[in-house]
Structures are given as C-alpha cells and as structure tokens.
Design a protein around this ligand. Sequence first.
Ligand code: AMP
Ligand code: MG
Length: 479
Amino acid sequence: MTLNNLQFQSKYLSLDSEFYNITQMEPLEEPYLISFNPYAAKLIDLDANTVDNPKFIELLNGTYIPKGVKPFSMCYAGHQFSHYASRLGDGRAHNLGSINGWHLQTKGSGETLYSRTADGRAALPSSIREYLMSEAMHHIGIPTTRALGIIGSKTKLLRNNIETAAIVMRMSPSWVRFGTFEYFSYFKEYDKLKSLTDYVITESYPHLEKEEDRYFKFFTEVLERTASLIAAWQGIGFCHGVMNTDNMSITGLTIDYGPYAMLDDFDYGFVCNATDKAGRYAYGEQPNISYWNLTKLSKALTPIIDKERMQKKLDDYGAFIYPNAYINVMRKKLGLVLTLEEDKQLITNLVGALQDAYVDYTLFFRTLSRYDGERMPLFELAMNPIPFDSWLNLYDARLKKETLSQQKRQDMMLKTNPKYILKNYMLEKAIFLARQGNFTMVETLLHIATHPFDELPEFKHFAGDTPEEYKNLTLSCSS
Ligand code: AMP
Ligand code: MG
C-alpha cells in the first residue's frame, strides 16, 4: 500500500465528544526524515519504499492529511507521582485514526486543548529515544506501542538546553490509559465511564463482549496483562521512570517512553528519572507501583464493578498473580522448564547475589545462557563474584532435576536473554550525532534493536559491559 491509499478508521470519534478534541496539527519548520521503520510499516501494509517518498515527511508533519482524517487528541486524567491531576490528555499528540487495528498518532505535533502551559512539542533526544526503544522492546518480546517513523526540524525548543523539535509517528492497538477511566469517574460521569469500558472491551478484549460478568472479567484481565508486562520489565531490567496512571496502558502495553533506562549493573534501587528524588519509580519498586496504580484503576471502576470483588483480585495480584508472572519470566531466563516450588527461593537468592555482585545484568544472563558448569566466565563479569558461588551451587542442583539437555537449555536461553539491548549511553551517542545531522547511529541502533538475540559480530562492542563513566545514567522528565 502507498501513502495515497491508506484507509484510516476513527471509531474513537463515535464516543461522546468529551472524549476527544478535534484539532489541527502545527507543522514544524523545514522538516527532514530521520528514520523510517519498515517493521512497523508492515503492520499497516505500508510499502517499504515509502522511505523515499517525501510525502511521508508531510504525513508526520501534518502538511499531508489523508482523505477523511480528522486529527484529534484524547482526554485523560491521572495520578502523577501519587497526586491526582484531573485533566491531562494528549498535550502534544494527534491521532489520525487506525489501520489494521493500529492507531497512528503523532507526538510533538503542536498544542492541543490539553497542553496546559506546555508547548505541544517533543525534543529531538526524547523522540529518538522513544522511536528506538519501543522497537527494541517489541523485538525482545515485551508488549509495547511501536513507531513508524521520526522527523526532525529547524524549530527550536527551550528544554534544559535549546533543542530542535521532532515528531514521532507512534502506533498502538489502543491509547486508552488507566487515567482515561479516572477522568470520567472523578467527574462522576458514570454513563461515559461505562461507554469507555464498553469501547475498550469491544476493541481490546472482544472475547469478553458477550460475557455476563464482563466488567469484572475485564478488570481481572487488565490485572493479568499488567502483571505480565511488569514481570517482563523486571526480567529484562527495564525501568520506565514515570509510572503515573496516565502512563499505564489499559491493554498492558509499555507506553510513553520518557526518562527510561535499561539496567547496567543490576541494582534494585536504581532510579532512572533524575526528577524522581524520592525514588518512587525505582526499578525494584515497579511491581509495587503497578499494584498501587491498579488500586487507582479499581477506584475509578467502583461505579460499575463491585468494590469487594475488585479488592479480592487486587489481593490476589500481590499474593500470586504478579509473583507467579515474575517467577515464570525468571524461570525462562534461567532455562528451567519444570515448575518446582523451590524455584522461588532460587530466584530470590539470585536477585540477592546480583545485588551484591556489581554485575551487568544483561551480560550476566547472556553468559549464563552458555553455562556448562564452568563458573569462571560468570565470576569474571562481577566486581564481587563471591555471591555467585553459593548461588551456582543451587543452580547446579536445580539443573540436575531438569530433563532438557544442556544444548536445548542453552538454545532456549540464548533466545530469551538478549545479547543486545539499548543502553542509555548508546542512545546518548546516537543523539549526539543526530544533533549534528548524522543519523547513521540511529539506523545502527534500529538494526541492533530489531536483532537483539543475534550475534552481530560487527556490533559486538555494544554487547559488552557499559563503560564505567556511562553506567546508570539518569535523565530528567524534560522532553
Ligand atoms: P508524560 O509524563 O510525558 O507522560 O506527560 C504528562 C502529561 O503532560 C501528558 O498529558 C502530556 O501530553 C503532557 N505533556 C508533556 N510534555 C508536553 C509538552 N511539551 N506540551 C504539551 N503537553 C505536554
Ligand atoms: Mg504520558
């Protein structure tokens, strides 16, 4: 399909007009293409040679509006760092509609009804970060929004420095957030809360549509999807940085990439968001925060779902829904196929050992993926390898109970534990070059992001330990 025959649908516009605002995009000055993502293009059957079509830049910049498209921004509320904000919404995003179930949205495309005091723009660095990381997460196997392309421009913005403005075209099966439910619930617009729930069930949980008890089942499935998502984050070492309820997807996707980070050295207390002085969104806190956010969702849903039943489910979330999701993720990382009671202890001990060892989290698991009883390759990774010794005794004993051959275990682990992740220092380099108009490293990182489990010998310098001075870089919310 070419850009001229893309067919957009806009079912969201059939909801009450309070749900959205139809609004113009504000084009950037002298826009240019930074990157086009052929993997995302496939999802909407868009030809790969669109990369060469100048109209693609115009699509992202809002100077080419396909026939029938009425750009709109969505309203939502949300708890930000535990405080309720009753009116947020897409302050800098415009939705064009959906293709093949993917809702296309430009981020950084100008002020909307929901911009409050901000400028409606997105700076080049955070845009490159979102573009690359959403793709990396997908290829590792973590539920996420995607990104079709990114443009830069001459438009200047005031952030921590003077930056130039960019626009990312994002894609998602849904942009509805926990905060969308909060918006209608806190304003006591319960009929709209109900129509939102019906809309989300039809779009994202269609198997529940005909169920008698569908609202409660919907809540249960949101819990389950959230548990899987957060367990996947913990497993891979992803720190979101701004787990506000407006950044929690109702369909269990990773959304709104801000000052995120992948762990370098494992550290349960690592806080990637420099603005988060209290460490509310520290890596090790993410599961607790997901519970907290779900309690806020349950509060919003109280007008339509029995409170006690939701509370019981929330108790289950803390007691076993999340812990089981996490243990299953870790079992897979460890190459364990059997489900044994003792695995919980094995994993708890591993987390303790990693915390004490000062070891690159990704490199540890990639090296463990080739484990054959020889401990030295693992010891050599850590500043303090001593905790690994007793943990490996447990692991050896546990492996003896498995029926899988060593070869099969290693094959499985090498497809679970990536060789390549996008670390902040790599992204910083790509951004440094992009500021000078050189986008080659954006393309290199896109390649790495889309082949995380491959050996890629030409890029092996990106698979090693993070250079000491670049470890645990933090970023501010300013974007
Ligand atoms: P975030 O923390 O990036 O998810 O943003 C929180 C809220 O602030 C959302 O409603 C965003 O749309 C809005 N926002 C963030 N940056 C801007 C900006 N530059 N202009 C307008 N709205 C913004
Ligand atoms: Mg957000």
